[in-house]
Design a protein around this ligand. Structure first.
Ligand code: KIV
Length: 289
């Protein structure tokens, strides 16, 4: 089914808007579907702890992903591959506790759903029951359709993820752009349709040419969430440590840094250390008598 994007109402923002709206209850997948109907764009960020999640929640970010990118950004692994269900469950629960409004999506890590639909259901159920997430995400298009179908039948909303799927880094031998060339583009379209047909409520498009992502966004009636997929997606996601300038080293070209937290935090640590060494901290007002 093809849905034409509607132009958002000019002028005043809808009170139902995912970002900037006034609804204070938790966002649900129905709100996400309604945003696509309205032609409304929305932001998504990753979060891995309660405190950071509360900042994003207060800023009005409607959807927070407890991504397996925690492997690289939070847990000190070299990729997402080693991340475990236990790690995702603990950090997802923290993000849920730190938020009041955001829809929290828990990522299913590598090895937690590839065996088949029953394994996927067992692990997704754990994230819903133990951590309290409102949805789960898993990687793969046609190859993951069975898993998505069973989860959705069981009442667990699923965000799919196609294009570059970082859990396959060892097979790719890196992080190459996907969907280039006619054959690859056709496969990406088949993948996107397969996850929609399986019942996914949204689909992440990672590292795909902007024109192809725009076509997928036009064809699908579920929202596309782009990362390195151009401006035409319904939503955009960034890993929060990249977005806020916390990540060290070279960043992918699609990342825009909106702050320089790494520098700010380093400066604060040095100022504290200098005052401790110099005897300026603690001062009288920080002492008890
Ligand atoms: O794990 C993650 O953070 C992700 C996003 C980059 C989409 O999958």
């Amino acid at each position: 089914m093809t849905h034409a994007l509607k132009t958002p109402d000019s002028g005043q923002k809808s009170s139902k808007a995912l970002y900037g709206g006034t609804t204070s209850r938790r966002i649900t997948v129905r709100d996400v579907a309604a945003a696509k109907e309205r032609g409304e764009k929305w932001p998504m960020l990753t979060a891995y702890d309660a405190m950071t999640a509360s900042v994003f929640d207060e800023a009005g970010i409607p959807v927070l992903l407890v991504g397996d990118s925690m492997g690289n950004c939070h847990l000190g692994y070299e990729s997402t591959v080693p991340v475990t269900m236990d790690e995702i469950a603990v950090l997802s629960a923290a993000v849920v506790r730190g938020t009041k409004r955001a829809l929290v999506v828990g990522d299913l890590p590598f090895g937690s759903y590839q065996e088949g639909a029953v394994q996927a259901l067992r692990n997704a159920t754990r994230l819903v029951k133990e951590a309290g997430v409102g949805a789960v995400k898993l990687e793969g298009g046609e190859r993951s359709a069975h898993q998505i179908e069973l989860l959705v039948q069981a009442g667990i909303p699923v965000m799919a993820h196609v294009g570059l799927t970082p859990q396959s880094v060892n097979a790719y031998g890196g992080y190459p752009v996907q969907g280039r060339g006619e054959e690859a583009a056709q496969q990406l379209l088949r993948d996107a349709k397969a996850v929609q047909d399986a019942g996914a409520f949204a689909v992440v498009l990672e590292l795909v040419p902007a024109e192809l992502a725009a076509e997928v966004t036009r064809i699908l009636h579920i929202p596309t969430v782009g990362i390195g997929a151009g401006a035409e997606c319904d939503a955009q996601v960034l890993v929060w440590t990249d977005m806020a300038g916390m990540t060290a080293g070279r960043l992918p070209r699609f990342v825009k840094q909106y702050a320089r937290l790494r520098e700010t935090l380093g400066d604060a640590a040095k100022a504290f250390a200098d005052e401790v060494v110099g005897g300026a901290y603690p001062a009288e007002e920080h002492s008890f008598h």
